[in-house]
Design a binder for this molecule. Structure first.
Ligand SMILES: Cc1cc2nc3c(=O)[nH]c(=O)nc-3n(C[C@H](O)[C@H](O)[C@H](O)COP(=O)(O)O)c2cc1C
Length: 329
């Protein structure tokens, strides 16, 4: 089996071929349709949505259809859901089938209190039996593969990643993605990649390594050292979406950054409407411009531009500095 370019798949999620070994991580408030599309065009091998609350699915949240929108070229498209109730998560996942996802992923790693307090996200790591029940029920009920994204455990005294990964596999799961931190760590300290190598050795299903990968060189290192089938990159992709092409940010010429930024900005205006798109774009612009160390006021002016026109004008001025200086005779 090959893709249009005659390339062989790097691995499979059950029967779904995956071409490539780096994937944009699901990030609430970040991995929306415009940013996923940008990452996918630059080489991210699949698209994970932001996590979706099963309660919102079952109750038909008014914003749901927009959050589930995706472009055909993003396939394979992975819908990520979170919940603590096996029955409701099955009901929600069944409803999601109407949107034709390729994969359903269960969030077992979110550390936010609003999620863990109700027993969902990383709180499920404390209830391995429930994880088994969720994966058993989902894999029986759905025609598409079911995958999980986990952390190493709740805290240092409960590093049950091997047990949880095996439970996912033994109950019909088709892939495990691992953020190499505990719930209690949140985003502090460093992600550990050695446990991910242990998981990879123990499982037959594919494993994705995640956490603190910031450069293309690190991406290669993690792939080699863990043996993982792919890496997942979250925060670093905001500064360097070209990481999915195997490129370091320092390799990207300013003109390409400017063009990419404008294209992404226009996609945001289309997707959210001019007012909301203009505001929501700020976090992306800030991170993409960070390597140029912009002056505080200049950045502030740019990021608080009142209209798309004002933003575009200020952005052109910003990038003018990179135009070649005229050579004086
Ligand atoms: C703003 C933000 C939102 C996130 N939202 C989700 C989410 O919806 N689902 C999920 O599984 N992980 C989520 N994560 C965790 C990331 O997928 C990833 O595991 C984590 O950021 C570590 O990877 P990184 O060091 O490459 O960023 C989120 C992380 C951030 C920073």
């Amino acid at each position: 089996m090959t893709n249009d370019l005659g390339r062989h798949p790097d691995f499979f999620i059950r029967d779904i071929p995956i071409f490539g070994r780096s994937i944009l991580a699901p990030m609430d408030g970040v991995s929306d349709l415009p940013f996923r599309s940008l990452a996918r065009r630059l080489g991210s091998a699949a698209s994970y949505t932001e996590f979706i609350n099963a309660i919102d699915i079952v109750n038909g949240h008014p914003d749901l259809a927009r959050r589930l929108q995706y472009a055909e070229f993003e396939r394979p498209i992975v819908f990520q859901v979170f919940d603590d109730d096996p029955q409701r998560i099955v009901e929600a996942a069944r409803m999601l089938l109407a949107y034709r996802p390729d994969v359903i992923d269960v969030n077992l790693g979110c550390s936010a209190k609003c999620v863990t307090n109700r027993g969902a996200g990383a709180a499920l790591l404390r209830e391995p039996e429930k994880i088994g029940a969720i994966f058993r029920a989902l894999s029986r009920a759905l025609p598409v593969p079911v995958t999980g994204k986990i952390r190493l455990g709740w805290d240092e005294t409960s590093l049950n990643y091997l047990e949880v990964a095996r439970i996912i596999q033994d109950n019909g799961g088709s892939l495990v993605a691992v953020h190499g931190r505990t719930r209690v760590q949140g985003y502090t300290g460093s992600a550990r990649w050695e446990p991910i190598a242990e998981i990879k050795k123990a499982l037959q299903i594919p494993v994705i390594a995640n956490g603190d990968i910031t450069t293309a060189a690190e991406m290669e290192y993690v792939l080699q050292s863990t043996g993982a089938d792919a890496v997942m990159i979250g925060r670093a992709a905001l500064e360097n979406p070209w990481i999915f092409s195997g490129l370091e940010r320092s390799q990207i010429p300013p003109a390409v950054v400017q063009q990419t930024l404008m294209r992404h900005y226009e996609a945001m205006l289309d997707y959210y409407g001019p007012e909301r798109g203009n505001v929501l774009y700020r976090k992306y612009a800030k991170r993409l411009l960070q390597p140029y160390n912009p002056e505080r006021n200049e950045l502030l002016n740019l990021l608080t531009a009142a209209s798309p026109q004002a933003f575009q004008t200020l952005l052109s001025e910003f990038f003018n500095r990179f135009l070649a200086e005229p050579v004086l005779e």
